[in-house]
Structures are given as structure tokens and as C-alpha cells.
Design a binder for this molecule. Structure first.
Ligand code: PAF
Length: 284
């Protein structure tokens, strides 16, 4: 496995692989790798001949007062995980490489970034799409792998790739959960035992939503009220949003119809956690 610290090196390694006819898979990450990331890397290794993982804590997707400084950066452990998983190249650029001067060019996906997390993190998705566009230009993969846990991110990236005719496929892999249902996240490291117990109510609320849809409830307000009730059993949880939206447009729904995304964002202590489920309620 090669560790490429420069754009030039990762480009030349990928070019060499492509010239041998290899299909290039890419897993962009911010490091602090966990079993969720490993599942993306495994999908890339299974479906591609040459796998690049990037590790870059992207400053432009953090808002003022968010956890950019404190975000975990266990590089040695991350490299060990990548080596074991069969990664070919880990791209570890410095902020100066990715943003050598004031960034004046931004990629902004409209509408899809306004609901859900976009209401609370107004510059977040612009940072994600800009860094992903840059990484796609640098790595030039055939396929890039993202997690369903960041559902809005996945929808936004897919739209960016379609709208800008980027020559790659986006694959979205299922959310990996701990035994109590909590979605695996690098930010789970911040949780105390008590907060972790409370955080399990996030998935319980999403399961409640699925049960209600499957039992035929179609009024989203009724379902959201039950989900909020479930979350209120966790003393440390403060709800940011509980939403039921159309899975493609991410617009709020009054009634359950077609493919829906139920999404929750909460804070427990200083930590912000998100999770979601997709439910197919049948024909529109
Ligand atoms: O999902 C993440 O870890 C980040 O948003 C990504 C896609 C690596 C961009 O910085």
C-alpha cells in the first residue's frame, strides 16, 4: 500500500493502474476509520481492481464553532485499517495542498441542500460538494463509495455528479449499526456511557416510524409526533429535527407516499448525531 501525500503522486499511481486496464474505486473519508468506513472499503475492494482511500478533515465543511479542531485524527491506526482491508493507495493531503490559496470557486447544489441538515449547517454541503469535486478531479475514479448514514450527502453528491457530467458512478452502501442500533460514526467517540445509552433512542424512533408506515399510517405529522415521543425518553437528547421527506427531492411530505426518507438529527451534550431510514411505501 502506498501513502500519497501529494496530488502529483496519487494522480500518477492512479494513471499507472488505469493504463493496465484496472477499474478504480475511491472511498473519500475524513479518517477516524470505523466499521462503517471498512464496509465502504470492502465494497470498493470487491467491485474494483484498484482502491484509493482519501483521509482529509475538510475545513470548508465545518461551520464556525463546530468540531473541526477537535475532530479525531488517528492517522497510524487509519493506515493500519486500510492496509488490512486491501487498499492500494491512501491519499493524505495537507490543507495547503487542497486549498493553496483562498478558495474562490465553490460547487453548490441548490434545493437539495436547503432541507434537513442544510437548515442547521448552512455552509456544510457547499464544503462537501466542493471538496468531493476536487477529490474526484484529483483521483479520477470510476466508482466512488458513500454511506447511507449521510443520506442527504449521498443524494447531493449524486446530483452534483449528474448535473456536472462527472464521469464516475456513485455507490451508496447501507448504514452499519452497533448492537443497540446506534449508527456507527466517528463522533460516537465523543459520547459518555449515559449519552450512548440515550443515543440508541434515535434508531428506536426510526424503527417506530417504519412500524407505523408498515401498519398503514399515512399522516406524517402523527408519525413524527410518535418519533419525538420516543426520543423524549432519552434525557440528554435535544432534537434538532425529525423529518419525513421524499427520498429524491428531500422535500417534506404531508402524507406517506412512494420512497420516503425518515431522518433525525439530535444533540446529546456537545455531540451532534444524525441517522435515517429509507422506507418504500409503494407506488406514487
Ligand atoms: O462523509 C465524509 O466523511 C465527508 O463528508 C467526505 C465525503 C469525506 C467529504 O469530506
Amino acid at each position: 500500500m502506498e501513502v500519497a501525500k501529494t496530488i502529483e503522486l496519487v494522480r500518477s499511481l492512479v494513471q499507472a493502474a488505469r493504463s493496465k486496464g484496472k477499474k478504480v474505486g475511491f472511498v473519500p473519508t475524513m479518517g477516524a476509520l470505523h466499521i462503517g468506513h471498512i464496509s465502504l472499503i470492502e465494497a470498493a475492494v470487491k467491485n474494483c481492481d484498484f482502491v484509493v482511500v482519501s483521509i482529509f478533515v475538510n475545513p470548508t465543511q465545518f461551520g464556525p464553532g463546530e468540531d473541526f479542531e477537535k475532530y479525531p485524527r488517528p492517522l497510524d491506526a487509519d493506515l493500519k485499517i486500510c492496509r488490512k482491508a486491501g487498499v492500494d493507495v491512501v491519499f493524505v493531503p495537507t490543507p495547503d495542498q487542497m486549498y493553496p490559496s483562498e478558495n474562490l470557486t465553490w460547487v453548490n447544489v441548490e434545493k437539495l441542500t436547503e432541507s434537513l441538515c442544510g437548515q442547521f449547517r448552512p455552509t456544510h454541503f457547499r464544503g462537501v460538494t466542493t471538496v468531493c469535486a476536487k477529490l474526484f478531479n484529483i483521483v479520477a475514479p470510476d466508482v466512488a463509495f458513500f454511506g447511507q448514514k449521510d443520506a442527504q450527502q449521498a443524494v447531493v453528491i449524486k446530483r452534483m455528479v449528474a448535473d456536472l457530467n462527472m464521469p464516475l458512478e456513485i455507490v451508496v452502501c447501507p448504514t452499519v449499526r452497533e448492537s443497540d442500533g446506534l449508527a456507527v460514526s466517528s463522533r460516537n467517540k465523543y459520547l459518555t456511557e449515559e449519552q450512548k445509552k440515550d443515543a440508541a433512542y434515535i434508531y428506536k424512533s426510526l424503527q417506530k416510524c417504519r412500524e407505523m408506515i408498515e401498519a398503514g399510517t399515512t399522516d406524517t405529522e402523527t408519525i413524527i409526533a410518535e418519533m419525538r415521543k420516543m426520543l423524549s425518553q432519552a434525557p440528554s437528547i435535544q432534537i434538532e429535527y425529525v423529518s419525513i421527506v421524499d427520498a429524491e427531492t428531500l422535500q417534506n411530505l404531508d402524507r406517506i407516499i412512494g420512497k420516503v426518507l425518515a431522518a433525525v438529527a439530535v444533540r446529546t451534550g456537545p455531540t451532534r448525531l444524525i441517522d435515517n431510514i429509507l422506507v418504500d411505501a409503494g407506488k406514487k
